[in-house]
Design a protein around this ligand. Structure first.
Ligand SMILES: Cc1ncc(COP(=O)(O)O)c(C=O)c1O
Length: 346
């Protein structure tokens, strides 16, 4: 992937607005035992390096007892699904974190979980999911194939699919998942007290990024600010970047990456209209860039896995380039938020 194909920018995105979220997911999360906002950590060394006013990192290394943000979406969606279909066996496909979160929620709600995993999954991740009490099904194929297999399997009576990506005809559950993710953005608002100038989001199928764009583009935001949303993907699985450049949803072939949770070749169909209209910028980063960011954050005392640290690699790709800084309207006072969506398990 060359420089031209690893960057996208849409100056009109900041004018777009959408409906406000209901806030039901936040109230649900607040009712869960163990719920607490995760830290928003100021990292002055990164602000100096990136020549901006402040860099703040949303640290999702411990969220409701799991090492990633994903349980925010899974918990709300599982709750909603089981309200409609009490006692159902929950079925999903995963790159890792979502499956473990669904498995955890199934065990808390007292139902069974069946999790489809791609053959490239590392054994430790698979053990983490099985350790929650879920049945694992290995799929001879990639993440997209695992999603297809899970969806077909969940057709049987007494089973319900809890998938974190949408396609035509399967939109309700992914919408709950996106709504669940928005809890972390409400926390950022409370912690920061003002809108940031740039929010860097790690992207797999784009559901988290959909939540971020929906949050910062919601109609009726009072302060008149227009934070730029930056999508960050592995250069080996940059389906959102490819789609934004092509102007239509585009599936890309994928290859192994250290950013396992971002290894998706097809974006969520519900994310597409939101990101194509309201996402300001997108960048692809290399495994080396993500691993360097993991090590740099580790030296600064922050636990961030490759998916979370990818946001630092993405911010570097934007803020060290004058034209990109200007395109995103970022000056030396800019406030940058990095969503570090998982802890470092290595
Ligand atoms: C740690 C982590 N960060 C970010 C993402 C990306 O989220 P999405 O697939 O909604 O784009 C994932 C997805 O699994 C993840 O596990």
């Amino acid at each position: 992937m060359d420089r031209m194909t690893s960057w996208y920018c849409s100056p009109r995105a900041r004018q777009w607005t959408c409906a406000t979220s209901s806030g039901r997911a936040l109230r649900f999360h607040q009712s869960l035992p163990g719920y607490a906002p995760t830290p928003l950590v100021s990292v002055p060394a990164l602000a100096d390096e990136l020549r901006v006013g402040r860099v703040l990192l949303k640290d999702e290394s411990s969220r409701l007892g799991l090492p990633a943000f994903k349980v925010l979406g899974a918990s709300w969606a599982c709750h909603q699904v089981l309200e409609a279909q009490p006692g159902a066996t929950l079925v999903t496909a995963t790159d890792g974190n979502h499956g473990r979160a669904v498995a955890r929620m199934a065990s808390q709600f007292g139902v069974a979980a069946i999790v489809f995993v791609p053959e490239v999954m590392i054994p430790a991740t698979a053990r983490g999911i099985a350790g929650e009490g879920a049945k694992l099904v290995w799929v001879d194929g990639d993440y997209d194939e695992a999603v297809r297999r899970a969806a077909a399997f969940a057709e049987r009576p007494g089973h319900a699919l809890v998938q974190d990506t949408a396609w035509a005809g399967y939109e309700r559950v992914p919408a709950w998942i996106v709504e669940g993710y928005q809890t972390l953005l409400g926390e950022v608002d409370d912690q920061l007290g003002a809108a940031p100038d740039l929010v860097a989001v790690p992207v797999g199928v784009g559901s988290l990024a959909e939540g971020v764009v929906r949050h910062y583009r919601r109609a009726g935001r009072q302060d008149g600010s227009h934070p730029s949303v930056l999508s960050v993907e592995p250069d080996t699985a940059a389906c959102v970047l490819a789609s934004l450049i092509a102007g239509r949803p585009t599936t890309v072939p994928t290859a192994a990456t250290v950013m396992a949770g971002l290894n998706c070749g097809t974006m969520s169909s519900s994310a597409w209209p939101v990101l194509s209209a309201g996402c300001d910028a997108a960048a692809a980063v290399t495994d080396d860039g993500a691993l360097r960011a993991v090590a740099d954050l580790d030296r600064l005392g922050i636990s961030s896995g490759p998916c979370g640290a990818a946001t630092l690699a993405g911010a570097r790709a934007v803020l060290t380039d004058q034209a990109r800084r200007a395109a995103c309207d970022l000056d030396e006072d800019a406030v940058v938020v990095l969503l570090s969506t998982e802890g470092n398990s290595r």
